[in-house]
Write a protein that binds this ligand. Structure first.
Ligand code: 8YV
Length: 313
């Protein structure tokens, strides 16, 4: 029996799940009915399907005595109580690899939108202001600018490959050096921010990176600098970010992820030096199909007694 915490946008993946397992869909229950409904199904649950943002916390794990596996439909496992799963020998899988290209594409989309002021230009044409002769301000070119990447794994390196095609120079920071890459490594995130025009966040969430981008890092990126986040909202001190953007300490931000999604504070929404998207890095038909397939294949492997395809260490 599988507990499904969120809908998969792929009907084909849902059909495969339904065919192979007895699925209980928590997300189909109205909020107020969920506790009783859960109490009734919990004792039989052996697998959980969740997302990168929802994960699974200690309280729900505690309710599932027979749980063997948590399959995350996403790469991030920062919302999974890994200490508990480890202690109980519960397997965890995620979906690495298949979403790399689309998340990197969105990072560049945000970077370019912010650099060229796409949202306000779009509004300007729609409103008729262009027709009425409103003067247009030039923006800054990307070529020759420094793209700093925090977190230089698969996604960070895919961002670097794309940014290089726009003539940008590449630097990165993460605790562990990566061999054989064209980008130089800075000694710290602060140093990376100081050296960068654009700082793109691609590091995992969790305690180790919580509020890594603080007021000091934002000030180092500076009034001409832009912060791009396609990783996790938790990497950024969001209150400090709002203040830095409002006071001109930091130039711009382009964000796909936030602290308490889907809530985005009004103070952030009101700023016109930000570009905002609703956590859609992996949201393409192709990638969501591939992610969903990996989730199903991991569950089938586990319950079929075969090795997991993408276990989380
Ligand atoms: C989605 C993500 O939020 O992969 C991740 O870690 O954050 C995203 O792909 C989500 O997990 C989709 O189900």
């Amino acid at each position: 029996e599988i507990l499904v915490l969120a809908a998969s946008p792929s009907a084909d993946v849902m059909a495969q799940l339904e065919q192979a397992f007895h699925c209980h869909h928590l997300w189909r229950q109205p909020c107020e009915a969920q506790p009783d409904w859960l109490a009734a199904v919990a004792p039989g649950i052996k697998g959980v399907l969740t997302t990168g943002s929802i994960g699974i916390g200690p309280a729900l794990l505690e309710q599932l005595p027979k749980l063997e596996i948590v399959a995350v439909n996403g790469i991030g496992t920062d919302a999974v109580a890994l200490e508990t799963t480890r202690a109980r020998g519960i397997f965890v899988t995620n979906t690495p690899g298949v979403l790399t290209g689309d998340v990197a594409d969105l990072a560049l989309t945000l970077l370019l939108s912010s650099a060229r002021g796409l949202p306000s230009l779009d509004r300007l044409v729609r409103s008729g202001a262009w027709e009425h002769g409103l003067p247009l301000a030039p923006t800054r070119a990307l070529r020759g600018k420094v793209c700093g990447i925090f977190g230089f794994g698969r996604i960070g390196q895919a961002v670097a490959a794309r940014a290089a095609a726009f003539g940008m120079a590449m630097l990165y920071y993460q605790p562990r050096a990566v061999d054989g890459v064209a980008a130089g490594r800075c000694a710290s995130l602060l140093e990376l921010a100081q050296a960068s025009d654009y700082l793109v966040l691609c590091a995992p969430g969790g305690e180790a990176t919580r509020h890594a981008v603080n007021a000091e890092v934002m000030a180092a990126l500076g009034p001409q600098g832009t912060l791009v986040n396609v990783a996790r909202g938790s990497l950024v001190d969001q209150d400090a970010l709002i203040a830095a953007l409002r006071d001109g300490v930091l130039g711009k931000a382009a964000l796909d992820v936030f602290d308490h999604e889907p809530h985005v504070p009004a103070a952030l929404r009101e700023l016109d030096n930000v570009v905002l998207t609703p956590h859609v890095g992996s949201l393409t038909v192709e990638t969501r199909q591939a992610m969903g397939q990996l989730v199903v294949d991991n569950l089938l492997a586990h319950f079929g007694g075969r090795p997991l395809l993408t276990p989380v260490a």
